[in-house]
Design a protein around this ligand. Structure first.
Ligand SMILES: [Cu+2]
Length: 112
């Protein structure tokens, strides 16, 4: 963890590391360091709602230890193509990236 923090710090030398550390103070300490590209997490769940206007899909998902989530029902940002491939009630396996409190789908597949 320390080594990866040092690696991240060295990539943001153009920025103030003090400000960076301050931004991170509200985050869980064992969460991955925030970089331009958040790590991709995987989860499984059931589609509860689809909003084609807001481009969100509400999924009741299981626990996601990598981001310290218990099972919950929540919205994910999704592309039109991702929304077109699923319907309410589908069991899905999906990948997402978390940026702050916004979770964005990377991929979503209906479980066979
Ligand atoms: Cu969640």
């Amino acid at each position: 963890m320390k080594l990866s923090l040092i690696a991240v710090a060295s990539t943001v030398v153009a920025l103030s590391f003090a400000a960076y550390a301050e931004d991170m103070s509200g985050m869980k300490m064992d969460a991955a360091p925030m970089t331009q590209q958040a790590p991709v997490a995987r989860a499984a769940g059931t589609i509860k709602a689809i909003d084609g206007e807001k481009h969100t899909v509400t999924i009741a998902h299981g626990a996601v230890p990598v981001v310290q989530w218990p099972p919950m029902t929540m919205g994910f940002r999704a592309t039109e193509a991702q929304l077109a491939g699923v319907k309410v009630g589908d069991s899905v396996n999906f990948e997402f990236q978390l940026a702050g409190s916004t979770a964005t789908l990377v991929s979503i597949d209906v479980a066979k």
